[in-house]
Each structure stands twice: as C-alpha cells, then as structure tokens.
Design a protein around this ligand. Structure first.
Ligand code: 26V
Length: 820
C-alpha cells in the first residue's frame, strides 16, 4: 500500500473539529462550502508536516535551486490534486462518504485559481507538479492577483466577462508570510555619490515611492514522495499601513500616493494572451514581483553561502517568456549597488544564472516598452539596461564591424523602445523554444541573428503535461484500466504507456477502452445538458476544440466547416452522415473584438443547427461556457477527435493536443507546434493531418502570392459559406453582424493581407481530412485501435520528461529524497 499519513478515523475527526472551530457548527449543519474548507484544512495539516520535512532536507542537502519566474500560474483546483499526489484520494473519498458527503461535490466548491491565461500559465503549473514529483528544489514565483482570469458568461450568444473574485471566501491552500516581506521601489531619480573610500561612484535611488511585497506560499505536493515545494505569490501592501515611520518619517502626502500605488498593482491578471498592450500597470506588476523574488532569492542564498560568485552553481532563474526579463537588470542592480561588485563580475554572474524560454513567434506578443515610460518608472533599472545595451552593441560591432543593419535588428534599446526579448537573450545562458519545430523557426527566422551570434545558447525543450492531473485525476476510469493492464508505474514514468501497444488489436481491450470513452461522453453530455440545456448523443462523434480564442488557432475555420456540413446535409438529406457533436470552449480577451465575434458566430450557428428538426440531430454544436482547468479535465476525457488546426508555424507547441492524446482522442491537425512530434510518436495513420506546411506559410508571408479571393471565386462551397456570413442566415436577417469576419477573409483593407491565417487555403484540405475522420470512425475496431494507440504513444508528452531535460541540459539540479 502507498505510504501516506492518512488514517481514516483521524481524518474524519479532524474534519469534524475543523467545522466546529471554523463555523461553530456540527457536520450536519455545515454547508458543502464549509465542508470544503474543513476538509482542505485537514489536508493542509498533513501537507504542512511534509512541507517542513522538505525544508529540513533542503537545508541539509543544499541542492541547486531553480526559480521559475512567471507572471502566470494557471493552477486549477488544489484539493483533488493534492489528494491524488498524497495518494490519499480514495481514502478521503471513503471517509467523506461515511460522513455523508460526495468528494466530487466537495471538490466543486473550490474556486478554480485562474492566475493565468492559457498555455503558458498552465505549463508553469504542470512544471511545478513535475519538479516536486521528481524531487528537485524549485520555487514558483508569481503574483497574487486578487482577480484571476475573468469568468465567461454567454448572453444572447455573446461573451460577457464577469470578475473572478477567487479569494472572497478565503483560500485554504495559501499561507501568508508577512515576516518575509520585501520593499520594492518605483520612480524617483538616481543620485550619483562618489565614495572616496572605494573610488567608486555609488548610485542611490531617491524620491521614490515604495510598496511592500508580501509573500503568500502555496504548497506544491510531489507524487508519493513527501516532497512539498513552494509557489510563492506576492501581494502588494502600502508601506504606510505597515511601518510608515521607518521608511518615510510620516510624510502624509507621499503615504497616500504609496497607498494608491500598492492598491492596484495586484488587482487583476491582464486577460491578453499573445497580445502586448504596453500598459504602465503591467510594467509595474513585472518589476514588483521580480524585484521581490530576486531580493528574496539572494537573501536566501547568502544565508548559507559566503560568496556570491557561486550563485550560478546554486541558482537558476528561469524566465517564463519575456515578462520576467527585468530579472537580468534587477540582479545586476543588487550585485552592483548593494554588493559592490564591478560590472564585469556582476555580468559574469548574471549571464550564468538567467535562462529564457520563448513561447510564441507572434509579432504582436513581443514586449517593447517605450523608453519614457520605462525610465520614469524604473530609473535605476533603465540606467543599467542602457549600459547593458551599450556594451552589447559594442560586442555586435566587434563581431560585425560596420554592420549597422545588425545593430538595428539586435539592439536592446532601439527606436525609443526597450526590447525585452533581446535583453533576455543577451542577459542569459540559455534560450529555448517549446517544441522542435518552434525552436527551428526561432533559429532560422525570428531570432536568426541571435542564433548566429550565440549558437550554443539555443536549445529545444518540447512541452509536456502532468498525467497526475490529466489522467489520474481527470479520467479515473481510464486510469484504472491502464493500471489494470500495465501496473501503476505510468503515474511517475509515462513512457510505460507504450506497454499498452500490445493491446491495440485486442478486441476485448478495444471494447473496454471505447466503453470507458463512452462513459466519459455520458458524463460530459450530462454536464452539457445541465449547463447549456442542449441534448447531445454520446454515440455521436465528440469533436472538440478547446483553447483560447485566437485567429491563428482558427476556431473560425472549424465553424465555417460546420456551416459547410450543414449545407451538405440540407442539400442531400439522403446522404450518409455519421452523427457529430462539435464542441467548442474558448475565452476571448475582453478587447479582442473579432475573437468575440467568432464566439457569437459559433453560438449563432449552434442556435440554427441544434433547432433544425429536419436534420434529425445529425449535427450538434455546443459552446461550453467558461472553459477552464476544472472542466477541461472532463472534456479531454470525453473527446473522440482533438482539433489542433492552427496555421502552420503559429502555434509554438500547444499542450491541449497532448492532453487529448493522453486520453485517447485522435488528432485532426496541421503540422504545427508539437503536433509534428505527436504524429511522429503515434504514426501518421493514427492522426488526420492536412494543410499548408510551415515552410509554405512562411514562404507566402515573406514573398507574397497568396490570394484568398481565388478560392472564393472558384469554389462554390466556400462561396456559399462565406455568403452566409453576410446574408443573414445566422443573424436573423442582419447583414452586418458578421461582416467583419467576412471582410477579414476577403478584403485586403481590413487587415494587412486578407485571410491572414490562410483559412481559405486550408479549408478544402480540412474538409477532406474531416471526411477521413468520419470514414475511420465508422470502422469501430479501426477507431478503437487508433484511440488506444494515441494513449499508448503519448508517453513522451509528460512534463516529467520535459523537466528532466531542463534539469539535464539547462539547470543541472541535484535530486533530493526525503530521509525516512
Ligand atoms: C503574452 C503576452 C504578451 C504581452 C501581454 C500579455 C501576454 C500574456 C500572455 C502571453 C503569453 C503568450 C504566449 C503563450 O501563451 N504561448 C503559448 O505557450 C504555450 C506553452 O509553451 C504553448 O503551448 C502555446 O503554443 C503558446 O501559444
């Protein structure tokens, strides 16, 4: 039996006690939410013992630490996940049953901490799970947003954003640590003071405003190994509330200003995904959490080490995209101004401690801060970046004498802007992409000049996901089935799934596998009926696209294809057609008008199609409201077909694609991101690949020659569908509602180039691939084999493998085990 600290009777007693202490109630009187709080507290109690043990072990072993610095951690609910990793899920489920509660219902009481937008934030959460499970000393560092990603309501088919007040009832899995507060300084000016004793100029920031950063720690429970790491998220508090005298000697006006500054820094997560907006508050958020995190890391290092020159041996700062790039300058500031190092010493340490991960090549996501904004808010940091830039340009000039073009393209400060990606590359020892294709595109296109200059910095780390959440917790039926067939080693070694391959042709295994899929479809159908009031047939093909709404992800192509199918069914009612349920889930950034209009279009098509009795329910369209981590787990488990249809070259990796595969869904997709590696693992015959290649797309982009109008003119099916956008078919006769979408596909004036994402170029290939899906699904045994092989071949895509590669090739961490 697994070794955990759970004794059922003790646990029940502890829940009773907690209800009494917290609410002065008996178990019978408590609400489900109160039971959730009481259960969580009981679980936290067990976790804290292991947390202390882990800390003791780290103090003893002094392992190298990775600080995973990220503006986003999309954690999802903690209770179920913690129970899974403590190997106490079933015991607690039973204990609660005996008390008269259903663990699923209790889990549903937990707010879904949504401190992230999408892929990048969820990846950070999967990485923390793997780091703890593999026994590496790691800290996640981020921001304690008071409002996470908005909740999505659909009203009249339109997305409406509702604030996500996830902290309103208190969050049981966090620990406030005010004793570790740090001061973070904004604004003011830099005074240069000559110190005759050292002969150096000292740089002193004066006239600034401060904010206190208060850490809140969340436990990250490793799987069955007693290790508990920490996610540290910082909240802002006005200094005046705290110790005004100490810092400001009672300056009232300044106190009010500082209070206002502190008030809004941690208010809300910016809901943009892949789109840079240049907001001052965002820059404040970045410096706020970076300054606090780096100060804390250096302080911790100094407690047990005497020489800061050893920092790179003991610490890596991993930058999750460019958002934490301030790290480079903040570390320089501390080493120069507070530790008195020379520039050369400080630079040597910094550039061997920082490492950068790139998550997108979308030009609109590149962070470029205007100099005025930057230098005013962070005068000393700006000064340091200026010096980094000056020296960097010198290096470029040395390498490429007289080549101004290189300077123009690579400088960190240019055209009145600070380019964060350039700073991250110059200031660190590693640059990695998140899938093989993505890394190759970085090297050949986007970061070509940097690759030429520093080829050794570049490396690939194909993304992964944690099977503990996305199979063991999210799909218990399949998890048990897998364990029955190959044992439970897969929970910490996903490569073992390949042992399932021998069952690919086994009739009984196929039936069991598809039967589990069916039961998961029934579970999702029930959810859809409850939440959407739409009845869907679990025997139909569940064809699913869930991810952030973005034009490059081409939800539009998917819904245009549904419109095309609907036309076909209407025109040829006698046609053989396998019933299909198209399921969408997607949040659009609040200001992204076209994305929001696409949501409206999906819902408008759903309205027409779902209510057309004449098609006998052959086609259903469902838009799942408020797609998020907690309902995602159930959706992946129920999918037959996984839609991964981004314009080739645009999706850096994708991670949803991996979650579907793990759960036995078959991919229909382009050769983009990690899809390439998925197909490599599972075999082309077990996926449905279509469309332009990344080379073809890039070629069009660089040399022109793409004309969407040609498809409109020559293909009546495409023309029909597009005309339906502007003839009122899906808008009760309103010709204007969807005109922007129509224009985006055909009119050059509405964007740089019409059909920026090559939807019309790929449309027929997509429709044809969908036809192949239908034919394949009709062959029951053939489909079961494909589905089963997808699970069996998904072993590569565990975040455990990804993290081990980061450890071996970038971080070089030491493995820790807890002494028994
Ligand atoms: C970028 C920006 C730009 C500035 C303003 C706000 C903001 C917020 C988030 C982001 C992140 C966009 C990058 C991102 O999420 N990339 C996704 O990363 C996944 C994990 O590596 C990867 O699987 C997806 O393909 C990639 O789109």
């Amino acid at each position: 039996m697994l070794d955990n600290n759970f004794k059922k009777e003790e646990f029940k007693k502890s829940v009773r006690e907690n209800v009494k202490m917290l609410y002065r109630k008996t178990i019978e009187e408590a609400s489900q939410e109160q039971i959730f709080q009481a259960v969580s507290l009981a679980v936290k109690d067990v976790i804290i013992d292991n947390w202390l043990l882990t800390q003791k072990q780290y103090e003893k072993d002094d392992p190298k630490i990775v600080y995973y610095l990220s503006m986003e951690f999309l954690m999802g609910r903690a209770l179920g996940n913690n129970l899974i990793n403590l190997c106490a899920y079933n015991e607690v489920k039973e204990a609660l049953e005996e008390l008269g509660f259903d663990l699923n219902v209790i889990e549903d009481q937990e707010p879904d901490p949504a401190l992230g937008n999408g892929g990048l934030g969820r990846l950070a959460a999967c990485f923390l799970d793997s780091l703890a499970t593999l026994g590496y000393c790691a800290y996640g560092c981020g921001i304690r947003y008071h409002y996470g990603l908005f909740k999505q309501k659909i009203e009249n088919g339109f997305q409406v954003e509702v604030p996500d007040n996830w902290l309103k009832d208190g969050y049981p899995f966090e620990l406030r640590r005010p004793e570790y507060a740090k001061e973070v300084k904004f604004g003011g000016y830099v005074k240069v003071v000559y110190d005759p004793a050292t002969g150096r100029n000292n740089f002193v920031q004066e006239g600034y405003q401060s904010v206190l950063a208060i850490p809140y720690d969340m436990p990250i429970v490793g799987y069955n190994n007693k290790i508990v790491n920490t996610l540290r998220i910082w909240d802002a508090q006005a200094i005046s509330e705290f110790q005004l005298d100490l810092f400001d000697k009672g300056d009232y006006r300044k106190a009010v200003e500082q209070e206002n500054l502190a008030k809004n820094i941690c208010d809300v997560l910016y809901p943009n995904d892949n789109h840079y907006a240049g907001k001052e508050l965002r820059l404040k958020q970045q410096y706020f959490f970076i300054s606090a995190s780096i100060q804390a890391a250096i302080e911790k290092f100094k407690k047990s080490h005497s020489d800061l020159h050893d920092l790179p041996k003991k610490v890596t700062f991993q930058l999750n995209d460019t958002h934490p790039t301030m790290t480079v300058a903040e570390l320089m500031r501390i080493l120069l101004d507070e530790e008195g190092m020379t520039w050369e010493e400080a630079w040597e340490i910094t550039t061997h401690t920082c490492a950068y991960t790139n998550h997108t090549i979308m030009a609109e996501a590149l962070e470029k801060w205007p100099i005025e904004l930057f230098s005013k808010l962070l005068p000393r940091i700006y000064q340091i970046i200026e010096e980094i830039n000056r020296r960097f340009i010198q290096e470029i000039n040395n390498k490429y004498p007289g080549n101004q073009e290189k300077v123009r393209k690579m400088a960190i400060i240019y055209d009145g802007q600070v380019k964060m990606a350039h700073l991250a590359i110059a200031g660190g020892y590693s640059v990695n992409g998140v899938a093989r294709l993505h890394t190759e595109i970085l090297k050949k296109q986007e970061l070509k000049d940097f690759y030429e200059m520093y080829p050794d910095k570049f490396n690939n780390k194909t993304n992964g996901i944690t099977q503990r959440r996305f199979l063991l917790h999210g799909n218990p039926l399949l998890a048990d089935w897998v364990t029955d067939h190959i044992g439970d080693g897969w929970v910490t070694d996903l490569s073992q799934l390949s042992k399932l391959k021998v069952y690919a042709d086994d009739k009984r295994a196929q039936q069991e596998f598809m039967n589990i899929k069916y039961q998961n479809k029934v579970r999702l159908a029930k959810y859809i009926l409850e939440h959407n009031g739409i009845e869907v047939d679990p025997r139909s093909i569940f064809d699913v696209q869930v991810k952030r709404l973005h034009e490059y992800k081409r939800q539009l192509m998917n819904i245009l294809h549904v419109m095309y199918l609907y036309n076909q069914i209407k025109e040829h009612p006698e046609m053989d057609f396998y019933p299909r349920t198209f399921i969408f889930g997607a949040k659009a950034a609040a200001g992204y008008v076209r994305a929001k209009l696409t949501i409206k279009l999906i819902n408008a098509v759903a309205d027409v199609v779902n209510n057309d009795k004449s098609i006998n329910g052959k086609l259903k369209v469902v838009f799942i409201e408020n797609y998020r981590v907690s309902n995602a787990e159930m959706i992946f488990a129920a999918a037959d077909v996984s839609e991964q249809i981004s314009t080739a070259s645009k999706e850096a990796s994708g991670t949803g694609n991996m979650k579907f595969m793990l759960n036995g869904a078959v991919t229909i997709g382009t050769m983009d991101g990690a899809n390439v590696e998925i197909v490599e693992e599972v075999g082309e015959e077990n996926a449905f690949i279509f469309g332009l290649s990344s080379d073809e797309v890039i070629n069009y982009e660089n040399h022109g020659g793409y004309d969407p109008m040609q498809y409109f003119n020559n293909d009546p099916d495409i023309r029909n569908v597009l005309m339906q956008l502007i003839n009122g078919t899906y808008s009760n006769g309103d010709f204007e509602l969807f005109r922007d979408i129509y224009d985006s596909l055909l009119n050059t004036k509405s964007s740089d180039r019409a059909d920026t994402y090559f939807i019309l170029a790929d449309f027929k290939a997509y429709a044809e691939a969908q036809k192949r899906v239908e034919e394949a699904y009709k062959d029951e045994a053939g489909w079961a084999k494909k589905a089963l092989l997808n699970t069996a071949c998904s072993g590569k895509f565990t975040s455990d493998r990804t993290i081990q590669q980061y450890v071996d090739e970038i971080w070089h961490l030491d493995k820790v085990t807890i002494d028994k």
